[in-house]
Design a protein around this ligand. Structure first.
Ligand SMILES: [Mn+2]
Length: 353
């Protein structure tokens, strides 16, 4: 039971009140928007329209084609310059940031939001040390921001339409890996039950997101699969994509997004690494299990992330990165084994003599 003195409840009611009264909300996510950003923004946008508002989702890049079916018609503003960012943001009467609590990840919209005089709201589920803004609705127990948005729509008394339900479902499947990740909890299924009862169409979402791969992407996948190598008695798997492979097959960066999962699904692996040549260096994606830390390996290369899923960018040649990474993956297996045995990990450096 909450009382009016509960600061979280007070903030929640302020956020809901601000959403209810805003006529021209501007909805933002983060650079490189994923299914949770787009699904959350779409559902919120469609919901606020039913209150008579004219919400706009402000984007720095075109709405990704993969999620095209879930773009609210006429509901986006694509921004190409600082002046357009200012016009788009300042033309609103409230800013709502979804699935992001890092100002830097607003990219080219950051300064326009910083100079915005109206309320800046944040609906999110990523842990953070400092609140994004005074109106920060942070629910770290929610598997997806789409679930936070679902709660807010319910609090606003907005009935879900099938389109809103589908958009929320997109966010949930994005962040739970189609109900496979460890964040798949009873609340996920409870929310999905309501989504289905409201006319949500899981098979439509699966078809839109799943059955649309290009032959060029498949050829690139084939080339990538041929690079996979197992190390450390099969506990480590590595695979890569070079620029030449992309040129030869016609496959593009977006089509490599799932390649790390091809490694992760290999039997017997504890940590896997996908390397992709990109502008100025190599991008590393890491996934782990069995008490092995992908994050520690990423941190070694100046990156970061979660324990089980992390990444880094290294400004070096692929061959060099592969060598260093293989050594670091081996070191991580040793570290995690030592931790499991309860040995103190005082010093990570090799000892000589
Ligand atoms: Mn999310």
């Amino acid at each position: 039971m909450t009382t009016l003195l509960d600061p979280a409840a007070v903030m929640r009611s302020q956020i809901v009140a601000a959403l209810r009264t805003s006529r021209r909300p501007r909805i933002l996510g983060h650079v490189g928007p994923d299914g949770d950003v787009l699904g959350s923004a779409s559902a919120l946008s469609l919901g606020l329209r039913t209150l008579g508002a004219d919400p706009k989702i402000v984007l720095l890049e075109p709405w990704p084609e993969l999620f095209g079916a879930f773009e609210p018609e006429g509901g986006t503003i694509l921004v190409h310059s600082e002046a357009e960012a200012l016009a788009a943001i300042h033309g609103g009467d409230a800013v709502v940031v979804v699935d992001n609590n890092d100002w830097k990840r607003l990219g080219g919209l950051e300064s326009a939001v910083r100079s915005f005089a109206g309320p800046v709201l944040c609906l999110d589920h990523h842990p953070c040390e400092l609140p994004f803004s005074p109106l920060h609705l942070l629910d770290v127990k929610a598997a997806a921001t789409a679930i936070v948005v679902y709660d807010v729509l319910r609090e606003l008394g907005i009935p879900l339409t099938p389109s809103m339900a589908d958009a929320l479902y997109v966010g949930i499947v994005n962040d739970t890996g189609w109900f496979r990740h460890s964040n798949t909890d009873p609340r996920v299924f409870a929310t999905c039950m309501d989504i289905l009862n409201s006319g949500g169409r899981p098979s439509r979402v699966a078809a839109e997101l799943g059955y649309r791969e290009r032959i060029e992407g498949k050829k690139l996948l084939g080339a990538f699969l041929a690079t996979i190598e197992l190390r450390e008695s099969g506990r480590v798997a590595m695979g890569h994509v070079t620029r030449a492979m992309m040129t030869e097959t016609g496959g593009v960066e977006d089509e490599t997004e799932d390649f790390v999962n091809q490694l992760r699904s290999l039997r017997g692996t504890s940590i896997v690494a996908f390397l992709r040549e990109t502008t100025g260096g190599v991008k590393i994606s890491l996934r782990s299990r069995d008490g092995v830390s992908a994050r520690r390996v990423a941190q070694h290369f100046g990156g970061g992330g979660h324990v089980l899923a992390a990444g880094a960018f290294v400004a070096a040649e692929l061959a060099q990165v592969r060598g260093e990474l293989a050594a670091e993956l081996r070191a991580e297996l040793a570290r995690s084994a030592a931790e499991r045995d309860g040995a103190p990990l005082v010093d990570r450096r090799p000892r000589y003599g």
